[in-house]
Write a protein that binds this ligand. Structure first.
Ligand SMILES: [Zn+2]
Length: 234
């Protein structure tokens, strides 16, 4: 897995500049002619112009590297994209294409790009601080015997598609088949679960061990307090 490869670039049909690929928007022509491929900067300018909004601050964010909670480095690339609001996408490159962790913030259109970016970086840092899978690490056994398991009672991840179109999940920034994912859940055989999907701009709870009510609370009631003083005077 090569995560340090140079980001491929493409020329923009509007400004002619070479820009990082994956930030382009394909605009279909109204007259039925060939579509135009616009870099995010040109695309955003056109969007803001059409929407009657002031020109967007132009920011080509440099790639950002952060360590996750086990010390592994992750480098994120950014694309600013106006759609229903001011959106900024952050993604890692895996084997030359976007993969691994992906993050997205969607803010009101008039939001300053820097403010949205700061929110996105906070979201990245919060997510990298949590891991949902742990190695079984059986002492004395070979590494081959170690398997991954769910660390707590909750897992966040992304539903995705593999190169060959098969459904996959991405957890802790790594891609797994649903088969593998099913293996990670075996400590909870017999348990119930709830699968809930979130838009990438949503902010679901990210803890791996969400607080749950104590279902056998009566086992932990404090001993009834005996007030001997009280009894003597009544
Ligand atoms: Zn351009």
């Amino acid at each position: 897995m090569n995560t340090t490869a140079q980001m491929p670039t493409d020329p923009c049909d509007e400004c002619g500049q070479m820009k990082p690929a994956f930030g382009f928007t394909l605009l279909t022509s109204e007259g039925g002619g060939p579509g135009r491929k616009l870099c995010s900067e040109c695309c955003n300018r056109e969007y803001m112009h059409r929407a009657g909004l002031p020109e967007l601050e132009t920011v080509d964010f440099e790639p950002l590297t952060r360590r996750d909670c086990v010390g592994k480095e992750h480098t994120f690339h950014f694309v600013v994209h106006m759609s229903t609001g001011l959106g900024i996408k952050a993604f890692e490159m895996v084997d030359g294409v976007p993969g691994g962790y992906r993050f997205f913030v969607l803010e009101p259109p008039q939001t300053a790009v820097r403010v949205a970016y700061d929110k996105l970086v906070k979201k990245i840092e919060a997510a990298l601080a949590v891991r949902y899978l742990r190695s079984s690490d059986f002492p004395g056994s070979g590494a081959g015997q170690n398997r991954l398991y769910m660390k707590g009672t909750a897992v966040n991840g992304r539903i995705d598609e593999g190169d060959d179109g098969t459904p996959v999940v991405v957890v802790d920034g790594r891609q797994y088949s649903w088969e593998e994912f099913g293996q990670f859940l075996t400590p909870y055989n017999g348990f119930n679960f709830r699968l809930e999907c979130f838009d990438t701009c949503d902010n679901p709870d990210i803890t791996s061990e969400p607080a749950r009510p104590n279902l056998v609370w009566w086992l932990q009631l404090p001993e009834p307090e005996r007030d001997d003083e009280d009894h003597r005077h009544h």
